[in-house]
Design a protein around this ligand. Sequence first.
Ligand SMILES: [Zn+2]
Length: 94
Amino acid sequence: MGGLEFVVIAFFFGLSAAIIGKIKGSSFWLWLLIGTVLPGIGTLGAILYRWERQELRRRCEECGNVVALHDQVCMRCGRDLDWPREALAPRSAR
Ligand SMILES: [Zn+2]
């Protein structure tokens, strides 16, 4: 198998991972990179990856930024987040 064929195959694996990642609410470009660097494994990873849209979320007490429930640090203000008393509904519930 030549180098070009491998690049083409790797790209299509990357594309499949990117599309699956995008559907699940994650980054298209991140999964394109993972799927291209790790053909097959990246695609499998995207399939097994959690559904971002179905994740519970909560609001940062410091700045009001909405973050995922499992995040331990606010991405905007850097505040350490305790386990919340109440969770916000996932994005898909709206
Ligand atoms: Zn914050």
